[in-house]
Design a protein around this ligand. Structure first.
Ligand SMILES: [Zn+2]
Length: 263
């Protein structure tokens, strides 16, 4: 991590007391969280719990992006929503809810999904990206931005009672375009149960916290798959595509070379 470590106040150390110690975060790790900025795009079923966990854990700046106004069917999974929020702009409503959780962090919101230039700008500003959009177009856009800026990205996806989590570090691991060279078909009103959305979103936040704080062993280069209908978890190791149009080439020449030596 390159960012400068931040000082925490006594009140902040008190807030985070339960997550500092053996098997959790070091004090330095907590300070690293405070110095970090994370972009979460689409803060609905998965991104909402992810953003919530990051804010509560003390990530210094959480930037959320989500377009449109809340509708009733959102409330089977979008934990940052509320009955009173129906009809309101999601980004604004969700940001208010997040700010109520932790006075020590900054929450920024944008009321639309970033385009190519915005995604690149956010990836440069942030230390990590969490991508929770339903469309592959958006997921692959965020992946490209992460590769351009060489920032870790966590891709979360849900369908029915199952979900996947992909944890990527450009230059070291495959990228999302290596995993999905062609965009699978998109279903606008796909089935989903909120419990799986929250589970996958929370795990995305846990991986982000580990990466940012330097704790544990992040699932880098792996895809976690949970078949919730049958209660079956599995982990798949992901391979880089040497001809990937996004991550192959000169940008990460050094890492590509060390990958070759490792083989
Ligand atoms: Zn790739």
């Amino acid at each position: 991590m390159s960012q400068k470590l931040s000082e925490l106040s006594d009140a902040e150390w008190e807030r985070y007391a339960r997550q500092i110690g053996p098997a959790v975060l070091s004090r330095e790790g907590q300070a690293r969280l405070k110095a970090s900025a994370v972009l979460v795009t689409r803060v609905g079923g998965m991104g909402g719990p992810a953003a919530q966990a990051l804010v509560m854990a003390g990530v210094g700046r959480v930037i959320i992006a989500h377009g449109g106004a809340m509708i009733s069917p959102d409330l089977n999974r979008q934990v940052l929503g509320s009955e009173a929020g129906i009809g309101r702009l999601r980004a604004e409503h969700f940001a208010e809810r997040l700010r109520e959780l932790n006075r020590f962090v900054a929450v920024e919101s944008i009321d639309h999904e970033p385009d190519d230039a915005e995604a690149d700008a956010f990836a440069r500003r942030c230390d990590l990206l969490i991508a929770c959009p339903p469309t592959f177009e958006e997921r692959l856009r965020l992946n490209r931005a992460a590769v351009h800026a060489c920032k870790p990205i966590i891709d979360a996806a849900q369908w029915g009672m199952g979900g996947t989590l992909i944890v990527l570090q450009p230059g070291q691991t495959a990228c999302l375009a290596c995993v999905y060279p062609e965009q699978p078909p998109f279903e606008e009103f796909f089935p989903v149960v909120g419990a799986i959305s929250s589970a996958i979103g929370s795990l995305a936040a846990l991986e982000a916290i580990k990466i940012l704080a330097g704790a544990g062993e992040p699932m880098l280069g792996k895809m976690f798959v949970y078949d919730g209908l049958r209660g079956l978890p599995s982990v798949v190791a992901l391979r880089r595509n040497p001809r990937c149009p996004v991550c192959a080439g000169s940008v990460h020449g050094e890492s590509a070379a060390s990958d070759r030596e490792a083989r």
